[in-house]
Design a protein around this ligand. Structure first.
Ligand SMILES: [Zn+2]
Length: 268
C-alpha cells in the first residue's frame, strides 16, 4: 500500500457522517482529500474519439464509491452507486461491470452527502437543478448529486460500442439509443461541474439514471420527478489522471467549438 493510499485510508476514518443540517456546514468540515474528485482522462479527449480505456473498474473503485463514465470503445454508460459499478448497455441491458473492464473516461468520488432534502413538489429537470443550485455555495465548486425518487418520466441515451478508427463523439452519439421510461422508481447520480471546467469535464449537470431494480438506465437527458430525496456533496479538489498512451498523445484537444460539441452530445 503506497503512502498516498495509507493517507487516504486514515483520512477516510476521520470523515464525519452525513448531516442534513444547513447548507453551509459542509465546507471545511471534511479534509480536502476526502472531498477529492478523481477523474480519468478529460472530456475533450472523448470528444476527439479517444475511446480506448486504460483504467480498470477495480482501480476506479479504489478511488470512490460513486461516479459516472463510459466503457472501453464507448461501450455504454457507467454508473457507480454505493460502490457497485453498473454497465448500462445500448441494447438496454444493465449488468454489474467486471473488475477488469476498462474505462476511457470516468469521474469518481467518495459520496458523503453534506445534506439531503426532500423534493417538495413534482419538478422537471430545470426546476430540480435550480433547487440544487440554490443549495450550493455558488457556481464554482464541484458537487456530486444523488436523487432517489419516483419519476413520471426519464429520458435517457446510451452510447454504442465503436470500432477503430473511431469517429468523433459528435458522430458516434448520433447513433445512440434513446429511451423514455415512464412511471418508475430510480436514482439519478452524477455531478454539477463549474463552467470553467468545460472540456476538462462536462460543465453543468451530468447525471446518469438507473431504476430501483437495477435493470434499466442510461445517460439522463431529461426527467420529471414526482417525489424523492436529493443528496449533495461538495468537492474542493480535482485530480485528473491523463492517459499516457495511444491516441490521447496526439489527439486534438482544443477544438474551437468544444463547448458546443459537449453540450450537443450531452444533451444540454
Ligand atoms: Zn453521461
Amino acid at each position: 500500500m503506497g503512502t498516498e493510499r495509507l493517507l487516504t485510508e486514515r483520512i477516510r476514518g476521520l470523515i464525519r457522517p452525513a448531516s442534513s443540517s444547513g447548507r453551509h456546514q459542509g465546507a471545511g468540515r471534511t479534509p480536502e482529500l476526502g472531498r477529492e474528485v478523481y477523474q480519468n482522462s478529460i472530456m475533450a479527449a472523448l470528444i476527439d474519439g479517444v475511446y480506448d480505456g486504460d483504467v480498470a473498474v477495480e482501480q476506479l473503485l479504489e478511488r470512490g464509491d460513486f461516479g459516472v463514465g463510459t466503457f472501453n470503445h464507448l461501450n455504454g454508460e457507467m454508473l457507480v452507486l454505493d460502490g457497485t459499478c453498473f454497465h448500462l448497455s445500448a441494447n438496454g441491458r444493465v449488468e454489474t461491470a467486471r473488475k477488469e473492464d476498462l474505462s476511457p473516461f470516468s469521474v469518481m468520488v467518495r459520496f458523503a452527502p453534506d445534506e439531503a432534502l426532500e423534493v417538495p413538489t413534482p419538478m422537471d429537470r430545470p426546476e430540480l437543478t435550480q433547487l440544487i443550485d440554490d443549495r450550493t455555495r455558488g457556481p464554482n465548486l464541484i458537487y456530486s448529486v444523488r436523487v432517489d425518487g419516483n419519476f413520471s418520466e426519464v429520458r435517457t441515451r446510451t452510447v454504442r460500442e465503436q470500432s477503430a478508427p473511431y469517429p468523433p463523439l459528435i458522430q458516434a452519439s448520433a447513433d445512440q439509443a434513446e429511451t423514455v421510461f415512464t412511471g418508475l422508481q430510480g436514482t439519478l447520480a452524477g455531478f454539477r461541474t463549474p463552467e470553467y471546467l468545460q472540456g476538462i469535464s462536462v460543465a453543468g449537470y451530468h447525471l446518469h439514471f438507473i431504476d430501483e431494480l437495477h435493470t434499466r438506465g442510461g445517460h439522463c437527458l431529461d426527467f420529471r420527478i414526482l417525489s424523492g430525496t436529493v443528496s449533495i456533496c461538495e468537492h474542493t479538489a480535482l485530480r485528473i489522471r491523463l492517459p499516457a498512451v495511444g491516441k490521447f498523445l496526439d489527439a486534438d484537444l482544443s477544438s474551437p467549438d468544444l463547448g458546443e460539441q459537449i453540450r450537443d452530445v450531452e444533451g444540454r
